[in-house]
Write a protein that binds this ligand. Structure first.
Ligand SMILES: *Cc1c(COP(=O)(O)O)cnc(C)c1O
Length: 384
């Protein structure tokens, strides 16, 4: 009886076309996966560089288990800290070109812990309307005033800062936006921030290992510096975990104040070792070049079909609109042998349902050609 409301809520979710179910994949994150016994082209993974399956990454994880075991056994500030963790943080700092870095159990925890510990009542956070949910939740936990600005609208940031009398000010943005594949206008943001004494935080979940001369992210791409460089180890780095890179003081502060760092078990040794090996590979084997070649080839195929594309990165959404039609189109694409997820609110704004396609460095030309053929079929059928 007292739980009846659950059925009502679930019925309501289904009526709106927003019901979510788990899809089960019977293989690793490879360009072709097995699902329900069928082989499908995987066109929606965040394993952008294919590193979850790289022999050196796998070996590093296996070796770490052999030496350190499976779990960390405690938080970083108790018994869970090892040389592996410290070496990874040094490596991330070097990779990002900062003084120091700190790793969290997930990117989600890095965002909520960082934003909530740095910003308080009386402070102001300026947040892009398409920022990731973990940024939104960090803002909510912070008790600061939050102004959500229109997507990539630097002039709105400036206007808001001009009339602000808050103590501390933070501008936070995704680097590459996860559902759109466009890039934050960081040069404008940094310039405005300088003028108004605001801190800048960039979430490089999708840009780490992918974007920039050294493939270290959005600041690298624009050749400038930001105060707080956040990212994940879980996407292009093929592991799990989140990081923040910045000044020594920033990292020391987060170690002392970020509750999601303090009160959560340290990353498991194999995850730490895998992420470290992934950075080595990015620095020595240049896997992102294959990714960008694939992106160019795929984009051209889509543009030849008549799609207009706003993305500048490895994430390219096919905008559909209505939530149900989005699901129908994604299901049709799967019948045609391509696995790419239909994305609906609240992950994207109302009426902006889409199939979020993403490329991997390990896709072959044939994988992409076959995927383009299937997309051509749904384009006709759904009038995309
Ligand atoms: C995936 C993602 C996160 C969360 O990272 P996890 O390591 O998966 O918890 C944070 N921000 C953005 C922009 C993301 O895409």
């Amino acid at each position: 009886m007292k739980m009846d409301w659950l059925n009502q809520e679930l019925a309501d979710i289904k009526n709106k076309g927003l019901y979510r179910r788990l899809n089960t994949i019977e293989s690793g994150q490879t360009p072709r996966i097995i699902k329900d016994g069928r082989e499908l082209i995987l066109l929606s993974s965040n394993n952008y560089l294919g590193l979850t399956n790289h022999p050196k990454v796998k070996k590093a994880a296996i070796d770490a288990i052999a030496e350190y075991g499976t779990g960390a056994g405690g938080s970083r500030l108790t018994s869970g800290n090892t040389y592996l963790h410290e070496r990874l943080e040094e490596k991330i700092a070097r990779f990002k070109g900062t003084e120091a870095a700190i790793v969290f159990s997930t990117g989600y925890m890095a965002n909520i812990g960082t934003i909530a510990s740095m910003m308080n009542k009386g402070d102001l956070i300026l947040s892009d309307e398409l920022n990731h949910a973990s940024i939104i939740d960090g803002c909510r936990l912070s008790h600061a005033e939050v102004k959500v600005y229109p997507h990539r609208d630097a002039s709105c940031i400036e206007k808001t800062l001009q009339s602000s009398r808050h103590q501390k000010k933070l501008i936070v943005t995704d680097g590459i936006f996860g559902m759109d594949g466009d890039i934050a206008p960081l040069p404008e943001i940094v310039e405005i921030a300088e003028k108004h004494d605001a801190m800048v935080m960039v979430d490089d979940a999708h840009a780490t290992g992918v974007l920039g001369k050294h493939y270290s992210g959005t600041a690298d791409h624009f050749n400038l510096r930001v105060d707080i460089n956040m990212g994940t180890l879980s996407k292009a780095l093929g592991s799990t975990g989140g990081y923040v890179a910045g000044s020594n003081e920033l990292i020391e502060y987060l170690r002392n104040r970020a509750r999601s760092f303090i009160f959560s078990t340290a990353l498991p040794p194999p995850a730490v070792a895998a992420a470290g090996a992934a950075i080595d590979i990015i620095e020595t084997e240049n896997p992102a070049k294959r990714l960008w070649d694939n992106v160019a080839f795929y984009r051209k195929g889509l543009e030849n079909m008549g799609f207009s594309i706003n993305s500048n990165a490895q994430i390219i959404p096919l905008i559909i609109g209505d939530s149900r039609r989005t699901l129908d189109a994604a299901a049709e694409l799967e019948r045609l042998g391509v696995y790419s997820l239909g994305i609906r609110p609240p992950t994207v704004p109302e009426g902006k349902g889409r199939i979020r396609t993403s490329l991997m460095a390990t896709h072959s030309r044939k994988d992409i050609d076959d995927a383009l053929f299937a997309i051509g079929v749904i384009r006709e059928k759904f009038g995309l």
